[in-house]
Design a protein around this ligand. Structure first.
Ligand code: NDP
Ligand code: 8X3
Length: 265
């Protein structure tokens, strides 16, 4: 899309799944003139992705892989200022980094899992947003730029065994909606995309690396692919300035809600 030409896109959690697909989709959509700042903890994977993008679309897309743990406030603070100068003019922030750990029910939920989920999905996303907003706000007419937050159906419909993850995604939703209102006098667009079931490393992480358990989640169903979500991310970023795709919910066709029906037999 010509509307994306010349933009600098910063993606968190670009080493896998939806974030990785977003990087590729942005590159394929605007191969002439684009800068991609790709962040995650696993820098080796980001470097491989940068190479893949170069091989596929050539030098029109410039890629900067940078290690960043969004759950570490010290790394997020000043992150943008530490980028090389030509990379600091971020136009689009895709707040995608996030994870679920376990299926435990209260009171058995591990303290560490609670902290990791909140520190990554909620506080990390808030810190990234705080880091980018001064750059957006420095632009004329009160500021400009896009914030695209990846929420989840889990933030709208909490389910047993997912209480903490669901709470983090509900928090993302509340923060996103409040932020959109706070920025109403600017040209900054605040958008949320809520996927249903997507086959990524999400379930491998949920089951602490147990691939068999993760595979069972997707057995017999036809989940979304991370590319399906990336197409929506790039679509909303490519709308004309006055169009804010504020909120979307995307299911695979076999899904119409989170979890299963709960009632006492
Ligand atoms: P993946 O596990 O495939 O990807 C998650 C990404 O987040 C990885 O790149 C990982 O990189 C990154 N990440 C995790 N923790 C941190 C951290 N502390 N700092 C920086 N990056 C981090 O899962 P998905 O692609 O599915 O998940 C992406 C987003 O989509 C998440 O917010 C998730 O909640 C959401 N989502 C997923 C759904 C699904 O069914 N898969 C449905 C709805 C929403 P690294 O480990 O290298 O740091
Ligand atoms: C992931 C969707 O419902 O599997 O955010 O937790 S769910």
């Amino acid at each position: 899309s010509r509307r994306l030409a010349g933009k600098t896109i910063l993606i968190t959690g670009a080493s896998s799944g939806i974030g990785r697909s977003c990087a590729l989709e942005f590159a394929r959509t605007a191969p002439q003139d684009l800068r991609l700042v790709l962040t995650a903890r696993r820098e080796d994977r980001l470097k491989e992705l940068a190479q893949q993008i170069r091989d596929e679309v050539g030098e029109g897309v410039k890629v900067l892989p940078v290690a960043l743990d969004v759950s570490d406030p010290e790394q997020v603070k000043g992150f943008v200022e530490r980028l090389p100068e030509e990379w600091r003019g971020v136009d689009v922030l895709v707040n995608n980094a996030g994870l679920v750990r376990g299926v435990a029910r209260a009171p058995e939920i591990a303290e560490e899992d609670i902290n990791v989920m909140f520190n990554t999905n909620v506080t990390g996303l808030i810190h990234m947003t705080q880091a980018i907003l001064p750059i957006f706000k420095a632009r004329p007419n009160g500021g400009a730029g896009d914030i695209i937050n990846i929420g989840s159906i889990a933030g709208r419909e909490p389910y047993a065994g997912g209480s903490i993850y669901c709470a983090t995604k509900a928090a993302v939703r509340a923060f996103t909606d409040a932020l959109r209102k706070e920025l109403i006098d600017t040209r900054i667009r605040v958008m949320e995309i809520d996927p249903g079931q997507v086959e990524t490393e999400f379930s491998i992480v949920r089951y602490y690396g147990d691939k068999a358990k993760a595979d069972a989640v997707y057995a017999g169903v036809d989940p979304l692919t991370p590319d399906d979500i990336a197409e929506v991310v790039v679509f909303v970023a490519g709308r004309p300035q006055n169009v804010v795709v504020a909120d979307t919910l995307i299911f695979p066709s076999h899904q119409a809600g989170a979890g299963v029906l709960y009632r006492k037999p």
